[in-house]
Design a protein around this ligand. Sequence first.
Ligand code: APR
Length: 252
Amino acid sequence: MDQAIKRVAEKLKQADRILLITGAGLSADSGLPTYRGLGGLYNGQTAEGLPIETALSGPMLQRDPALCWKYLAELGKACLGAQANAGHLAIAELQRKKPGCWLLTQNIDGYHRAAGSPPERLIEIHGELAPLYCQSCGAVDAELAEHLSRPLPPRCRQCGGVLRPPVVLFEEMLPEQAIGSLYAELRKGFEVVLSIGTSASFPYIVEPLLRTRQAGGFTAEINPTRTDLSDVVDVYLPGRALDVLPRLLSHI
Ligand code: APR
C-alpha cells in the first residue's frame, strides 16, 4: 500500500487542478453511520415499516412532517454529537497547499467547514443540516440543537410554519448553485480526481471521475470496500480515510 500511496501523493504534488469527492465513509471515522453497506442507515426499514428513503423524502416532509423529522432528528443528533476527524483535517490541509483543489461532498454534517476547508472551494451537493429555515415565511433559525430537544417538527417563531434543514431530501432537486459550480469547474478540467469514502451511487459523483479519466487525468479511490469505481481508477487504496489521508499528506 505504501508504494500506492506514494504514487497518488506524487500525482497530487504535481497537480494544480484537483477534485476531491467525499461521502459518508469519511465521517464514518467520526462515528457517524454510513447509508449503505455494513450497518448502513438504508439497510433497514423504519419502525413504521417504511424504507428510510421514503421517510427522508420531500413528499413525506409535506405529508407527515413529524415522521420525516423523526429521522432528520436522528441524523442531526448524530452529526451534532460527533466532530471532524483527521481525514477532514488532511483534506483541509491539501486545499491550503493547493489553491486549485476543489472539494465535492455528499455529506451534510458540516465537518469539512469545521475542519477548515475553504467554503469558496467546497461544493455541498446534498446541502447541509443547518441553519434551518421556515417553509412558510423563509425565516432562518440557527438553533438546530435546541429544536432537537423539543417536540417535532420544529416550528417557526415568527409564523408557526414547519422548519426544515437546507438538505436535499429524497425526490428533491439538487441545489442549482452547487450543480452550477460543479459543472463550471468540470469545464475547466481537473488533473487528478480522488474519490474518498463513497459508494459512488449517483451519476453526478461518478461523472467527474470518468470525465477526468477520459481526458487523460489521474484518478484514485480510498475505500476499505471495493466499489464500481475500484476497477476504473488508476489506483485503488483499500483503507480507511482516517488512516490513508494523513499518510498521503505526509508525502506532499
Ligand atoms: N473510510 C473510507 N470509506 C469508508 C469507511 C472509512 N472509514 N467506512 C466506510 N466506507 C465506505 C463504504 O465502503 C461505502 O462505500 O464509505 C462508503 C459509504 O457509502 P454510502 O453509505 O452509500 O454513503 P455515500 O456514498 O456518501 O452516499 C451518498 O446517498 O442517500 C444519499 O444523501 C445520502 O449523501 C448520501 C449519498
